[in-house]
Design a protein around this ligand. Structure first.
Ligand SMILES: [Zn+2]
Ligand SMILES: [Zn+2]
Length: 397
């Protein structure tokens, strides 16, 4: 196949080969043959087809350049040329953006290499960008020596950030913390400039990679758990090996009628503010001292519990020693914020006897058991516990 490319006034080009009928994959491909070929021939066929795609893309790019000059996108009421391409060709915005970009860049040599099947639109758009940003010409001519990832990285480096843009990016930093009215949950969002953002991302990824894996955990959930763990370290001076010695003292107000009628799902409030559900309450009962104040219908206290005893320090130390200072869930290697958990929960009458306590890492204790409501499988061996999911509500406690 012969190809001739003419450039007129440096920008518009007419690609003569587009009228060449040699490229017609829909009637030249032998599907029966595809089921029989093997090894190197598969590779060769794949590359040949990719080269055909590149040639056809180059044809489209020439047509798009013409459409752009005629402002067909504006005539059709599209917001941008790329939007017009998305709707005309039914391609993703990324593909449309690349084709439009190559068309507008009008780099004759790069397009003729596409036409010859040397590379496709992905590499072509990177090479156009590298030239526009004043990148090294030898990378463009010898581009086959470099991966797409390398070229992308080079574009990133060539992009200049002037001092004013940098200052604006820094000044635009913000973070919003928005709790719900009863503080039972909260949203947060914000933005910051590149290097700080990288530090935040790196810290979250590092922390979440230390968590054991639980079934059905999304990456977003693991990430917010990682943020909570980092914050927890921050308010306890990062003493992660301190085996939960800092005892939580919580006063819990229980609206007797409301709590009883909803299995503890409403009517329970911590004195420090947030409204909590039965899961949080069971965790508070497990790790700290709790005083429960029960309110009658007129809002006056009708009963106050003793300040429940926390686990005695000697018992904590013993349990940790017995469990070899590691989480007792099967195959969990974590030693992060090990906490003794009550196998029979305190609300069910479980006590601080070492036989009723098991060392669990923060993730298995806080996230898996008390937040997701998973339970220890009591059939599993004591030093190789498994978890099981329980979804039903228990009776009011
Ligand atoms: Zn617990
Ligand atoms: Zn664990």
């Amino acid at each position: 196949m012969t190809t001739r490319v003419f450039f007129l006034s440096g920008a518009a080009c007419i690609v003569e080969h587009m009228f060449d009928t040699q490229v017609a994959p829909w009637d030249s491909f032998d599907f029966d043959l595809a089921d029989t070929i093997e090894g190197e021939e598969i590779r060769a066929q794949l590359r040949r087809k990719e080269a055909e795609i590149s040639r056809l893309r180059a044809d489209q790019i020439a047509l798009l350049r013409r459409a752009d000059r005629l402002q067909m996108d504006t005539a059709d009421g599209a917001r941008t040329m790329a939007d017009w391409v998305v709707s005309e060709l039914d391609v993703s915005p990324q593909t449309a953006g690349r084709l439009t970009r190559i068309a507008r860049s009008a780099q004759a040599d790069i397009e003729s290499r596409m036409i010859s099947g040397e590379f496709g639109a992905d590499r072509a758009v990177f090479l156009c960008q590298i030239r526009e940003l004043g990148g090294p010409e030898e990378v463009i001519t010898g581009s086959s020596e470099y991966s797409l990832g390398f070229l992308y990285g080079l574009i990133d480096r060539l992009r200049r950030v002037d001092p004013l843009t940098e200052q604006m990016m820094f000044e635009d930093r913000y973070m919003v913390l928005q709790p719900t009215l009863d503080r039972s949950s909260g949203r947060f969002w914000g933005q910051t400039h590149g290097t700080d953002w990288q530090a935040i991302e790196k810290a979250l990824i590092r922390r979440e990679s230390q968590f054991p894996s639980l079934p059905d955990q999304s990456q977003g959930q693991r990430r917010v758990d990682a943020l909570a763990a980092i914050c927890l370290d921050s308010i306890t001076s990062g003493e992660t090996d301190e085996v939960g010695r800092a005892v939580t003292v919580a006063e819990v107000f229980v609206d007797a009628a409301l709590a009883a009628s909803t299995y503890g799902e409403s009517g329970v409030t911590l004195s420090s503010g947030p409204r909590v559900g039965p899961n949080t309450l069971s965790e508070i009962l497990c790790i700290g001292k709790v005083q429960v104040i029960v309110q009658g219908e007129d809002g006056r206290p009708i009963g106050v519990s003793d300040l429940g005893e926390a686990i005695p320090p000697a018992v904590r130390t013993f349990v940790l020693f017995r469990d070899q200072g590691r989480c007792q869930i099967d195959s969990c290697p974590s030693r992060y914020r090990l906490q003794p958990h009550h196998i029979r929960e305190r609300a069910d009458g479980g006590d601080h006897d070492p036989d009723n306590l098991i060392s669990l890492c923060w993730y298995h204790h806080h996230v898996a058991i008390h937040m997701l409501g998973m339970r220890l499988d009591l059939e599993s061996p004591p030093h190789r516990r498994r978890l099981k999911s329980i979804t039903s509500n228990g009776p009011p406690r």
